[in-house]
Design a protein around this ligand. Structure first.
Ligand SMILES: [Zn+2]
Length: 573
């Protein structure tokens, strides 16, 4: 943690300043409530600059009335902060609390201001689920500036202030009156501008997630509560009746490669009408690109469990129990399942099935070339390295019933887009290489992102080439679906993870691409013309569970043909 040097010394300084014998000219000790008031104003003002920037841009907040509403809104935030700090104004808690509050506010302001994200419960879950590599991508000089200016500067001043805490009964009474006084100000301001407040909050829901750092504290509280409320014990089983369908005439063993994409937006694929040539290799392969697919969430932690759930988005969000998922069901059916992970983790969905990482080769195989895994991070192609050995290492009896391999991509994960494609495959230059996206020239940013999409095109085409080699023993198929999209500066928004209800389409419109060779189409009685006619059908992550069961030829009580994206084109056998 970056703390100014004065901070580590501060307790000694404080004692020294408080001792009148050694420092006769020391400033008179201050009331903690006065300091709480100053900090509350600092937080409501400068530390909330992303909120005020968004506020100033609202079309319906203008003129003197808008200005007065802004001032009242600012005072409401300051009053709420002051109320909170009043309760903590004790000798042992006050300055540590101010430190935590100011550091949190400085860090949140940086991320909200630089990436257009908001701090809500799902963002807290993302932060908890992140790893060193993701964190490293997000550290920047701008974050240090924000910490120095918004936190270290006021903290340097605060820790030097002598404070008169008084004895405890008096302190308790004063803290309580400070708390009540702040609440009175909050209530008065709310009443004064109630009309503007309710209208603005209704029309611009995102504002409430920008109130810094109360949004962060609220979200941490929600996450902690939700964790507590989550049912204990293992997830309830599903698919205990699941079994492979009896093979039809001419069918070989099904082999499905499911590619879970990352941060790919549908509208950046030429297959879906993007004017740039981002997917030349896939287009040469005669794939089916479903152009109208919506994600379940706007971040990995929300989308991934939902994608493999049998419940669908609405029931998944409202669930009172955790359930096993698609991968467990395939395993119950007796199929061989393997998850290969190239990201920060599978968010617990692969916990009960065999899983590995590209750096860990199958027994007897070699690890991927160092060029595929530079700086301790693997390019997605590394997941295809040694797939023959991985397939051969799966239990033979399960392999004979069917194989589902899942590869979880690094894909287009930001903000370091330029690191998501190797130097020799960059089609669009120059690239933005900064992770502070707002500082990037827009075209360079899009170039870096499009290179990551073009690299995904290459990885998917490579995976198809591998699948083609398996046709003697298997009926292969590839299904690619991204977990969510990405904002690339539209409306000043970057990255992803906005609350679903207010997230723009760029964060929810995802690519879904299937490769089904003629052999597979014939074996599964699938009509290609019918499938081509369905490419604009509205689909969502809700369809994945059932579509995969269809492609894996697995029968289970949870399977709903109506949600299988390919079922309408499958002839009854
Ligand atoms: Zn993701």
């Amino acid at each position: 943690m970056l703390l100014p040097h004065s901070l580590t010394r501060a307790p000694f300084l404080l004692r020294w300043r408080n001792a009148p014998d050694t420092e006769p000219h020391a400033a008179p000790p201050r009331s903690p409530l006065a300091l709480a008031g100053w900090v509350a104003l600092w937080i409501a003002g400068p530390a909330n600059w992303p909120l005020w920037k968004a506020f100033a841009g609202l079309p319906d907040v203008t003129g003197t009335r808008g200005l007065l509403f802004g001032i009242a809104f600012g005072l409401m935030i300051a009053a709420a902060m002051a109320a909170l700090l009043s309760l903590l104004a004790w000798r042992s808690t006050f300055k540590p609390a101010l430190t935590v509050v100011l550091l949190t506010a400085a860090v949140s302001a940086h991320f909200m201001g630089s990436y257009g994200i908001v701090i809500d419960p799902t963002m807290i879950l993302n932060v908890l689920g992140t790893d060193v590599r993701e964190t490293r991508d997000l550290l920047s000089l701008r974050l240090l500036e924000s910490l120095l200016l918004l936190a270290a500067l006021p903290l340097w001043w605060l820790w030097r202030q002598p404070v008169d805490y008084q004895r405890w009964p008096a302190r308790a009474i004063r803290n309580l009156s400070g708390f009540v006084g702040a609440l009175v100000v909050l209530a008065a301001m709310t009443l004064l501008c109630f009309q503007d407040l309710s209208g603005t909050m209704r029309n611009h829901k995102e504002l409430r997630y920008l109130v810094n750092p109360l949004n962060g504290f609220y979200s941490v509280g929600r996450v902690a509560y939700a964790k507590q409320a989550k049912p204990a014990g293992p997830p309830l089983p599903i698919g205990l009746d699941a079994r492979p369908l009896a093979p039809l005439a001419g069918q070989r063993t099904p082999l499905l490669l499911l590619v879970v994409g990352e941060t790919a937006r549908a509208d950046h694929f030429a297959l879906n009408g993007y004017p740039r040539d981002t997917d030349p290799e896939l287009r040469a392969l005669d794939v089916l690109s479903f152009r109208n697919v919506t994600s379940c969430g706007t971040n990995t932690a929300a989308s991934l469990p939902c994608m493999v759930s049998h419940l669908g988005r609405t029931a998944h969000e409202a669930r009172s129990h955790n359930y096993e998922n698609l991968l467990d069901l395939l395993q119950h059916a007796g199929l061989a399942v393997l998850w290969i992970e190239n990201q920060a983790g599978c968010k617990e969905v692969c916990d009960r099935v065999p899983h590995t990482r590209p750096e860990q080769p199958a027994p007897g195989a070699t690890p991927p070339d160092a060029r595929l895994c530079p700086n301790g991070e693997c390019l997605d192609e590394a997941m295809l390295h040694g797939l023959d050995a991985r397939l051969a290492a799966l239990p033979a009896t399960q392999r004979a019933r069917g194989v589902v391999l899942v590869i979880h991509q690094m894909g287009s994960h930001g903000p370091a887009y330029s690191q998501r494609s190797p130097a020799d495959l960059k089609r669009f230059t120059p690239e933005c290489t900064s992770t502070v996206l707002q500082q990037c020239d827009h075209q360079r940013l899009v170039n870096a992102y499009d290179n990551s999409i073009a690299y995904t095109d290459h990885v998917l085409a490579q995976s198809v080439r591998w699948l083609r080699q398996q046709t003697a023993s298997y009926d292969p198929a590839m299904l690619y679906l991204s977990d969510h999209g990405e904002s690339l500066g539209e409306n000043n928004l970057y990255l992803h993870g906005l609350p679903y209800a207010i997230a723009p389409r760029e964060q929810k419109h995802v690519p879904m691409i299937a490769w089904l060779p003629p052999q597979r189409l014939q074996a599964d009685r699938l009509d290609l013309g019918c499938l081509r006619g369905r490419l604009d059908t509205a689909l969502s992550h809700d369809n994945l569970f059932h579509t995969v069961l269809g492609l894996a030829r697995v029968q289970a009580g949870e399977y709903q043909p109506a949600l299988d994206a390919l079922a309408p084109c499958r002839a009854a056998s």
